[in-house]
Design a protein around this ligand. Structure first.
Ligand code: NAD
Length: 471
């Protein structure tokens, strides 16, 4: 990996490539591209052993063309201002692509979460939330964090509770953060939403017959062999749902190295193995790969980088054998690598589209918190009654009786999880169609990433033009 890597520069290269196709002034495009607010924080932490440590953190709100802004909080020892700015800008474009009415934001705390006790992590999370609140960088209508690498529902519950202590009179305070545990105002399906969205997005991509023909593949995700880098939240759930759809997992890479088995890997058993041993290495029936990057070069149809940025570079792009690169992670492919893959005819399904499932379901969670009632609660019984009356009418007119099982199946009303998954699938499907329409409009001169960025920039430009400028 090149040490000169600047994540923001990489994102901006794809922005500039797309902006060339957008009918807007260079000045307005510059405004769309720039990060609107960058907040740097340094606060002290008392460690369990009594020592004092300075914790560095950032919150970046990339675009205020829509509010609140939205984006995850990352806990990683490699976090820096450049990384958080790049991730915040990707969030803006991602929200625009999947029609989620938020501006983009991102948070980062520069720690290796594995090196801190749960108690220390809780105090770090609460102090970070307090620092955000102090400068009005958090709130249901201001800026709404979510999980990212190194954080999950537990940390989001701490954020929600801290905010609630500070803004107790705010009736909507639980909408200040998403990705919370369901028992704390979270929504069913949020935890697995990004991985599920990756799977839905790939189903869309693999259903385009002409693209599959060009790649020498059959349409459909079923039977496609895939490799995942990073078996965390995004990677695990993407793998699980892809396997459920009929794809075959043939390789996995983690920090400690990778494994490969052309006959297929049982993802649930592998997770058990990883939990017990702390590594994927040594999984029965699979060959070990010494470096985590080796798995990216395995023979497969789809490569799903789902760990972190800057993984496919000019150095290893020529060695990637997959015909489809499915960006579960943010920024896994450098701009140079992207060009090399494109020149070789590889279909790159870009992060700004493919991993947008998380923010889409976060949007549903935010709506649930604002309406103070879960989706499906009001209409489930009513729908069941209506379906039963309809089935009764069918029975009367045909003279045939449905079985009890058939009645239960056909007359089921939707639970929250059904509505969440339906909304997610629809969002991913509509967005893919819109990206393809941009490609058609531009006479297929652009790849999927550029088309997705054109789509995003055009929507943001329209928002600026319609809103006018303040003051
Ligand atoms: P996570 O912390 O749950 O999982 C990351 C996984 O990658 C871990 O299992 C870790 O061990 C592994 N990993 C780290 N470095 C690696 C390396 N060099 N090689 C192989 N494996 C490595 O994080 P996550 O939430 O799954 O996020 C992963 C990526 O997806 C990030 O780029 C994140 O920004 C992006 N993303 C996450 C979400 C979300 O909802 N969590 C949404 C959109 C995008």
């Amino acid at each position: 990996m090149a040490d000169t890597y600047q994540f923001t520069e990489e994102v901006n290269k794809s922005f500039d490539r797309a902006a060339a196709f957008v009918d807007a002034s260079p000045e307005l495009l510059e405004q769309v591209k720039r990060c609107n607010s960058v907040y740097y924080i340094a606060f002290p932490l008392r460690r369990e052993n009594g020592s004092l440590e300075v914790i560095e953190a950032w919150r970046v709100e990339h675009s205020h063309h829509r509010t609140p802004t939205k984006g995850g909080i990352r806990f990683s020892h490699t976090v820096n201002a450049d990384e958080v700015m790049a991730l915040a800008s990707l969030m803006t474009y991602k929200c625009a692509v999947v029609n989620v009415p938020f501006g983009g934001a991102k948070g980062g705390v520069r720690i290796d979460p594995k090196k801190y006790s749960v108690n220390e992590l809780e105090r770090i999370t609460r102090r970070f939330t307090f620092e955000l609140w102090k400068k009005a960088f958090i709130g249901p209508g201001i800026d709404v964090p979510a999980p990212d690498m190194g954080t999950g529902p537990r940390e989001m519950a701490w954020v929600a509770d801290t905010y609630n202590q500070l803004a107790a009179s705010d009736l909507n305070s639980s909408a200040c953060v998403t990705g919370k545990p369901v028992s704390q105002g979270g929504i069913a399906g949020r935890n697995e939403a990004t991985g599920r969205g990756v799977c839905y997005g790939l189903i869309e991509a693999c259903n385009v017959g002409e693209d599959m023909k060009r790649l020498g593949l059959k349409p459909g995700l079923e039977g496609k062999r895939f490799v995942v880098q990073g078996l965390g939240n995004v990677g695990y759930y993407a793998a699980r749902f892809m396997v459920e759809t009929g794809a075959v997992l043939v390789g996995v890479s983690e920090v400690s190295g990778g494994i490969a088995n052309a006959k297929g890997i049982d993802v649930e058993k592998l997770m058990e193995h990883k939990r017990e041993r702390g590594t994927v290495l040594g999984f029965p029936g699979a060959a070990n790969l010494p470096s985590s990057l080796d798995a990216l070069e395995l023979d497969c149809d789809i490569l799903v980088p789902a760990a972190l940025e800057n993984q496919i570079s000019a150095a290893n792009a020529p060695l990637v054998k997959a015909k489809i690169v499915a960006e579960g992670a943010n920024g896994p492919t450098t701009d140079d690598a992207d060009q090399l893959l494109r020149a070789r005819g590889v279909l790159v399904v870009p992060d700004v589209y493919l991993n947008a499932g998380g923010v889409t379901v976060s949007y549903f969670e935010w709506l649930k918190n604002l309406q103070h009632v879960s989706f499906g609660r009001m209409e489930k019984r009513f729908d069941q009654g209506a379906y039963r009356r309809l089935l009764k009418a069918v029975e009367t007119s045909t003279g045939k009786q449905f079985s009890v099982q058939e009645l239960d199946f056909f007359a089921r009303g939707a639970d929250e999880i059904d509505l969440v998954n339906s909304g997610l699938e629809e969002s991913m499907s509509v967005a893919y169609r819109q990206i393809r329409q941009v490609q058609e409009r531009l006479e297929r001169r652009v790849d999927l990433r550029t088309a997705a960025m054109v789509l995003a920039i055009e929507k943001i430009v329209v928002a600026y033009e319609e809103l006018g400028l303040f003051p």
